[in-house]
Write a protein that binds this ligand. Sequence first.
Ligand code: GUN
Length: 292
Amino acid sequence: MNLLDGKLVSAKIKEDIKKEAAAFTAQSGRKPHLVAILVGNDGGSETYVASKMRNCELVGFESTNIRYDVDITEDELISKIKEINQDPEIDGLIVQLPLPKHIDPEKITETIDYRKDVDGFHPINLGRMQRNLPCFIPATPYGIMLMLEYYGIDTAGKKAVIVGRSNIVGAPMSILLARNSNPGNCTVTLTHSRTANLKEEVLAGDIVVAAIGRKQFVTADMVKEGAIVIDVGINREESTETKSGFKLYGDVDFDEVSKVASWITPVPGGVGLMTIVGLLKNTLEAAKGTVY
Ligand code: GUN
């Protein structure tokens, strides 16, 4: 088993981003600027947004976290987004999900100017991604592609099985791995809660991407010998063992699956760190105006 080491790869790519950010700042007289909107106080979201902001600072970006109480109206949120859309000093805007029930995430996603949509959730970015056109690729799938690229893993012709069809990970991942690109050129199966014979489907995968949000869901008996296993899960459980009071579990039973896999990502230290890299790269591209 070989480790797909998110710590190593994210550190290397962040060094490159830092250099590019410095060059951008020297040329333009301002830093790339990411704004993150956080509504309410979901524990996971708080942690993720804090990490995004901290990493922006680390690579020389400006970052702003705008926080709202859980009872902000949809209209108030929309008018703030429209204001940011018009602000030439802000390059990227993300609205952390999930949102409270009274706010429609689709409406919010479509309000964000697609040229500032560094989450890559806007339908224009999704459509452009499918056509291999300039776009923002959702951060987690983007980070996974960067990881496969870093390790020089040849994906062409392989059977990729994705477990979970979320807008954030599973669905865009299926497009990226099927695209005529490198990494890519896979034969993709996108499985979900209504898939029949899930175990057989996953067993057929040369590449398995687990993105269902269920602790240790993918077990060794579901994985083909020599498969490449990508674990997207970040399942938080309260624990007295760690300083933070939480312990993270992946969607893959790492201890057992690592005995059959050829390559595998750990949790923590795998995909989560690469997600940040995807977001930082998108923000830099937004500042440069690559997506227009
Ligand atoms: N919630 C979980 N993942 C993400 C993400 O990548 N972006 C946003 N905006 N919210 C999320």
